[in-house]
Design a protein around this ligand. Structure first.
Ligand code: ATP
Length: 242
């Protein structure tokens, strides 16, 4: 097991946003975390990457308990999060942004070099000398993923990579994630679009109101009536047109 959460609880002050969450990610898996707005998905990811500290429970990465570690130490261990909203550094060039990603390597060996990122995202090669602020939303998402890859992730964590992107760009980003998974990269993905998430992932966890309420293989979850009713209206419409 690469990542294991047991009974994790996270608060914002007195508000409890995550209750008793348990989740596992095995090496090589692509795991999706789905659920409605405000279910606690981002809070759980931010707890894993150390931006928030759990008040209860255990988080093991590899065999190490990381729930008390600072985010930079967790990143240097190879648990790398691509944040929601991307947050690339505008004034820096695309290439300098990518090179910054190497800081997370610490003493570990790189898994990806600049050429690998440019092969995955040719548009970043074309724009490599431009300021990142001039990139479109989709290109910024690619840059943020590329930067995380430059840090040699053992686990790549993504929070809503489809947010605000045009459908054709979403497809490109998800095709790249699928490709990365095929190369053996382990991925934990939060995604609002359950259809996409279940399509791309091996297994999924469903969160509601701060709790993990359902988990299983993504193919099986797609056919689960509870998922179909609440999260896959588009699929239901295609199969049962009005
Ligand atoms: P979304 O898709 O909207 O981001 P989510 O499932 O990721 O939803 P979270 O963002 O983790 O949900 O939010 C979980 C709960 O915690 C919500 O009730 C939210 O209002 C609350 N919350 C999130 N961030 C904060 C914060 N900084 N301070 C206080 N409460 C917060």
């Amino acid at each position: 097991m690469l990542l294991e959460l047991n009974g994790v609880a996270t608060h914002y002050g007195r508000i409890q946003a995550v209750h008793d969450a348990s989740l596992q990610v095995d090496t090589g898996e692509l795991i999706a975390l789905i659920g409605p707005n405000g279910a606690g998905k981002s809070t759980l990811l931010n707890t894993v990457s150390g931006l928030l500290r759990p008040v209860a429970g255990r988080i093991l990465f590899g065999d190490k308990p990381i729930d008390n570690w600072r985010p930079d130490r967790i990143a240097r261990e190879g648990l790398l999060q691509v944040p929601e909203g991307r947050r690339v550094l505008g004034p820096l060039s695309v290439e300098d942004n990518l090179l910054l990603g190497r800081q997370a390597l610490g003493t570990r060996k790189p898994t990806h070099v600049l050429e690998d990122i440019y092969a995955l995202f040719p548009i970043l090669h074309e724009r490599r000398h431009q300021s990142s602020a001039t990139l479109s939303g989709g290109q910024q998402q690619m840059l943020a993923i590329g930067r995380a890859l430059m840090g040699g992730p053992r686990l790549l964590v993504l929070d809503e990579p489809s947010l605000g992107l045009a459908p054709i760009i979403v497809r490109q980003v998800f095709d790249t994630l699928r490709l990365l998974r095929q190369t053996g990269l382990t991925i934990l993905l939060v995604e609002q679009n359950a259809d996409l998430a279940l399509d791309i992932s091996d297994r999924a966890y469903v969160m509601e109101q701060g709790r993990v309420v359902l988990t299983g293989h993504s193919g099986a979850l797609r056919n689960d009536p509870r998922i179909r009713e609440h999260y896959l209206p588009a699929v239901a419409e295609t199969i049962f047109p009005a």
